[in-house]
Write a protein that binds this ligand. Structure first.
Ligand code: PRP
Ligand code: URA
Length: 277
């Protein structure tokens, strides 16, 4: 095992990674500034434990993956913490008086005032610019329903990229994207980031269709440190066009590394096979 991986005393000879070791390792991984990891809540840890378990059957794998994907999409799509209108920003209070000033916005918003049914004006916001989803097939398609659940009738493009089983190198087969994708923010969907090759190829396709690098947010379930580094350093301008810098790569978890077949360890195996087959 690599440094930082704890061998379970109860199962000598087997390389097992304890939650605690994995958790502290995740904290110790030095993330590029443009990567964001979801807070490791106990809920998220429990959900990830289910999908990593080789004994988990497909029904539970799909249900649990969908729950994590929904958390990810909401993180990618919604403000965290919420945008505060200028008046409340000045006082340092949210409209509910609960949270302090915002730190990050993943999608920029502009002020919008509406009139409520009781005749009062409400200073709110609306999303600036349009978005679309782009899934890296096949596994990325598993994230489409989560995106649709948050953004009704969102347009979704598809890029078919498959890793060569022997070399782990990505091969591009097909891309079908919205005509006006160059004017949109893109939520790029793929649950697994191993070497980073597939993600990099997909970003190249988006860039060749005129998408601005700083308008791409990559949403991902499990990433290796290598893949995270490769993607984030290759595209350092991946930033949202926002007054507040926002991270483009949002992942549920950073794992320990890659094995000799370039599978993520501890990982969860082949996501596409476990979700679809
Ligand atoms: C998987 C996964 C990513 C890629 C990650 O797809 O969904 O697209 O591998 O590996 P990388 O970072 O080393 O490129 P795969 O090509 O196995 O196809 P699938 O979606 O059909 O399972
Ligand atoms: N693709 C997967 O589905 N899992 C891995 O660990 C690596 C690539």
């Amino acid at each position: 095992p690599s440094p930082g991986i704890a061998l379970s005393p109860s199962s000598p000879g087997r390389n097992t990674i304890s939650l605690l070791a994995s958790e502290s390792n995740a904290k110790n991984v030095k993330l590029p500034p443009n990567a964001l990891v979801l807070p490791p809540t106990t809920q998220l840890q429990a959900l990830l434990t289910i999908i990593r378990d080789e004994k988990t059957q497909r029904g539970d794998f799909v249900f649990t993956s969908d729950r994590i994907i929904r958390l990810l999409v909401e993180e990618g799509e919604l403000d965290y913490p919420p945008y505060l209108p200028p008046a409340t920003q000045r006082s340092g209070q949210s409209p509910l008086g609960l949270v302090k000033l915002p730190r990050l916005n993943h999608l920029p918003v502009i002020p919008k005032t509406v009139r409520t049914p009781v005749g009062m004006e409400y200073d709110g916001v609306s999303f600036q610019g349009r978005i679309c989803g782009v899934s890296i097939m096949r596994a990325g398609e598993a994230m489409e329903a989560g995106l649709r659940g948050c953004c009704r009738s969102v347009r979704i493009g598809k890029i078919l990229i498959q890793r060569d089983e022997e070399t782990a190198l990505p091969k591009l087969f097909y891309a079908k994207l919205p005509d006006d994708i160059a004017e949109r923010y893109c939520l790029l969907l793929d649950p697994m980031l191993a070497t980073g090759g597939s993600c990099i190829k997909a970003i190249e396709v988006l860039l060749s269709h005129g998408v601005q690098e700083d308008r791409i947010i990559f949403l991902n379930l499990i990433a290796s440190p290598e893949g995270t580094h490769n993607v984030c350093t290759r595209f350092p301008k991946l930033r949202m066009a926002s007054t507040v810098p926002a991270p483009p790569l949002i992942t549920a978890w950073i794992d320990e590394g890659l094995d000799s077949r370039s599978y993520i360890v501890p990982g969860l195996g082949d996501f596409g096979d476990r979700y679809f087959l």
